[in-house]
Ligand binder design. Structure first.
Ligand code: NAP
Length: 308
């Protein structure tokens, strides 16, 4: 095939792909008002914005988090933007505790009977060099407990409520760290990788019940997660490599749209998509790794002072 002809085909394919994406974005969202939606980690950040968004849409909501004061404040904000169909319930709980996960599912059963959408958003981050962590692995265990086992435990408790009718959804708020390496976040990245392996496999197992699983992979979002990150050893200055973080509200809108479209893996910026796709490819993967190392260069250099 002549190069000019190949270029024409490629150009046409790109235009068609772009038009298809635009049409998908503009298409009417698949949303039933009064859907029952359970949101974990609703007391802050992305979870609180998702709560407000689904409140506006008229969902029957069950919100959970550990901090009841903040949870109630979010519920009050949801009530301000709610429509006539909206219902808002809260249930305080620490999802690393099996008894609290059971109680959350009990509350959902009591209020809704069945669950249309379970949003597993609660999570914590870290900000530590691996070399500064203790040998008892406590930091890594706490990340896995919250980011991985709590999600798996919730899936277990909600299994019957989700399978009660066809087309229920699980939305897992993972991260680009579930696909790519992130500096000073070995344990966080590992916990999110684990989430991908588990929920990609669960999608397969629960497909006979038509349960859709969307794994959302935001990049850096402006929330308090960096302040609450677990850390050990040397005191560190918390930094994000991004100058401009995406707002939690915008991230919540992106996630909701991806869920409406039943996206399997939702990645929100073109740069993140390219990096995610290319990371495992021979050759291109090293370009992505170089880009990531460049992004964190200032932090790496300052961490290395006095260590080499
Ligand atoms: N911010 C980012 O840059 C970013 C990027 C990609 C992905 N994410 C992911 O997005 C999700 C939400 O994070 P965020 O940025 O919105 O952080 P955030 O503002 O700190 O919110 C975290 C939420 O998780 C809850 N939570 C933490 N541990 C919990 C536990 N043991 N039991 C129950 N709830 C617990 C917190 O509730 P309480 O405070 O009430 O305990 C809070 O509501 C996380 O899974 C995170 O990994 C964040």
């Amino acid at each position: 095939m002549a190069p000019a002809c190949a270029a024409c085909w490629l150009g046409a394919a790109i235009i068609l792909f772009t038009l298809w994406k635009i049409a998908k974005r503009c298409g009417s969202p698949k949303w039933n008002p009064t859907s029952s939606v359970v949101i974990t980690g609703a007391s802050s950040g992305i979870g609180s914005e998702l709560a407000k968004l689904y409140s506006k849409r008229g969902a029957r909501l069950l919100l959970t988090g550990r901090n009841s004061e903040r949870l109630e404040a979010v519920a009050a904000e949801c009530a301000k933007v709610a429509n006539a169909l909206t219902e808002i319930h809260t249930c305080r709980g620490d999802l690393t505790e099996p008894i609290d996960r059971k109680e959350l599912a009990e509350q959902a059963r009591k209020y809704f009977g069945a669950v249309d959408m379970l949003i597993l958003n609660a999570g914590i981050s870290m900000d530590n060099l691996f070399s500064d962590t203790a040998g008892d692995m406590a930091l890594f265990r706490s990340l896995m407990e919250t980011n991985f086992f709590a999600c798996v435990g919730c899936a277990k408790e909600f299994e019957q409520l989700l399978k009660a009718h066809r087309g229920s959804k699980i939305v897992v708020v993972s991260s680009m760290s579930g696909l790519l390496p992130v500096y000073r976040r070995t344990g966080y990245s590992a916990s999110k990788h684990a989430v991908h392996g588990f929920f990609d496999s669960l999608r397969l197992e629960w497909s006979p019940w038509d349960i859709k699983v969307t794994i959302a992979c935001p990049g850096f979002v402006d929330t308090p997660i960096r302040e609450t990150a677990v850390r050990e050893g040397r005191a560190v200055e918390l930094r994000s490599p991004e100058k401009h973080l995406v707002s939690a509200a915008s991230c919540a809108r992106d996630i909701a749209l991806a869920v409406d479209q039943n996206q399997v893996h939702a990645i929100f910026s073109l740069r993140d998509r390219l990096a995610g796709w290319c990371f495992l490819l021979p050759g291109l993967g090293s370009v992505v790794r170089w880009g990531i190392a460049r992004k964190f260069r200032a932090q790496i250099e300052s961490d290395l002072k006095g260590r080499l």
